[in-house]
Ligand binder design. Structure first.
Ligand code: PLP
Length: 379
């Protein structure tokens, strides 16, 4: 037997309580029990998103939420500024182009966070930009962009909204939707939200709804205005993923019992121990600045192929991590510490990395990274 460990930056492990909640009999989505369940979940989602705005739940992967965050607010010919510092930034650009939106691309070298000043200059140069698209945490590089500072830059522009892909940020680190002025925040179920893949969430500010009122709107299924109409009555426009919403209820209860600050502190503590452990094992972090607390991207050392590390983790030790994408393929590998994660997930990850590297002929001292993490994580 090879025991399996899911340590990829999505999907992530699901707590047993949540799996059990999802195993309950399927209820009908127009029955009063569903409206009661959905009402509770809608309230708790506002708590998690730190907002008084609507948080809409969609039956799709995270990308469906991203598509909705383009199609509903912009019309063909409108201009959007897209921060592209990795695979998911690139995806914002592709979605915009699909809907005929003119893309002003702000390229950021992989491994770096966007300079808010560069966004300020782009907006000054072209105030007709209606939306700025960014990732709070760019999962392909393990970098967190400076969401709060970006919001400060964008706030004075009355006709411009900030759209944040928070799919590996919500439930990991602090994102104050209302206090910072994040107009649209997109999340997904299978990252820090401790659920299987299948739900997307989108919060929408008044400023963004005003833009939506003027937009032509190319969406049918991902029509957020239609969803708002239904969801404000604790219904959904189409059949919701009922079983997943039962799981979500359990997740939100767990997160509320832990408390938002404690959830963020746990992620910060695990991420810090992982990064220090990686360094103590003689490896280097891929991000050059602003590492995300959701995952750690690690540079493959010397002559070792990053894909071989990722593959051997899986084949030899049953651990699913992730490799690098595009030009980073073979150069980095990525491990997650978001969601249903605690002390020993970090320790076992570091132990396995050391064992795989040694097996591949890299001179690593077994236990060096583990010892560092143990020191940092001791109660
Ligand atoms: C996982 C992820 C997505 C969404 O991917 P789906 O496969 O559609 O769920 C989008 N953005 C980021 C930053 C992600 O990590």
């Amino acid at each position: 037997m090879l025991k399996r460990y899911l340590l990829a930056p999505g999907p992530t492990p699901v707590p047993p309580e949540v799996l059990l909640a999802m195993a309950k009999p399927v209820m009908h989505h127009r029955a009063p029990e569903f409206a009661q369940l959905f009402g509770e979940v809608r309230n708790d989602l506002k708590w998690l998103f730190q907002t008084g705005n609507d948080v809409l739940t969609l039956a799709s992967s995270g990308t469906g939420g991203m598509e909705g965050a383009v199609a509903n607010f912009l019309s063909p010919g409108d201009k959007a500024l897209v921060v592209n510092g990795g695979k998911f930034g690139e995806r914002w650009g592709k979605i915009c182009k699909t809907f005929g939106v003119q893309v002003v691309e702000l390229k950021v070298e992989w491994g770096y966070a966007v300079d808010p000043q560069a966004v300020a200059e782009a907006l000054k140069k072209d105030p007709s930009i209606k939306a700025v698209y960014v990732q709070a945490s760019e999962t392909s590089t393990g970098v967190a962009h400076h969401t709060k500072r970006l919001a400060e830059v964008i706030k004075p522009y009355e006709g411009t909204i900030l759209v944040v892909d928070a799919i590996t940020a919500l439930g990991v680190f602090d994102l104050k939707t209302d206090a910072w002025g994040l107009d649209v925040v997109v999340a997904g179920s299978q990252k820090a939200m401790m659920l299987p893949p299948g739900l997307a969430f989108v919060s929408v500010s008044d400023k963004a709804w005003q833009l939506a009122d003027k937009a032509k709107n190319g969406a049918f299924y991902f029509n957020l205005k239609k969803e708002r109409e239904s969801q404000s009555n604790n219904q959904t426009a189409y059949t919701p993923a009922v079983s997943m919403i039962l799981g979500l209820q359990e997740v939100l209860r767990m997160l509320k019992a832990e408390g938002l600050d404690a959830v963020f502190a746990r992620h910060a503590r695990l991420a810090h121990a992982m990064r220090e452990g990686v360094k103590a094992a003689g490896l280097s972090l891929f991000p050059k600045e602003s590492p995300s607390d959701a995952l750690t991207a690690i540079s493959a050392p010397g002559s070792v192929d990053g894909q071989a590390i990722y593959k051997n983790l899986r084949v030899q030790y049953g651990i699913t991590a992730a490799g690098g994408q595009d030009h980073l393929k073979g150069k980095i590998f990525r491990v997650s510490h978001m969601g249903y994660m605690d002390t020993f997930d970090v320790i076992l990850t570091l132990a396995a990395i050391e064992m795989v590297l040694k097996g591949l002929g890299h001179p690593v001292k077994l236990g060096s990274g583990v010892a560092k993490a143990q020191e940092l994580l001791m109660a």
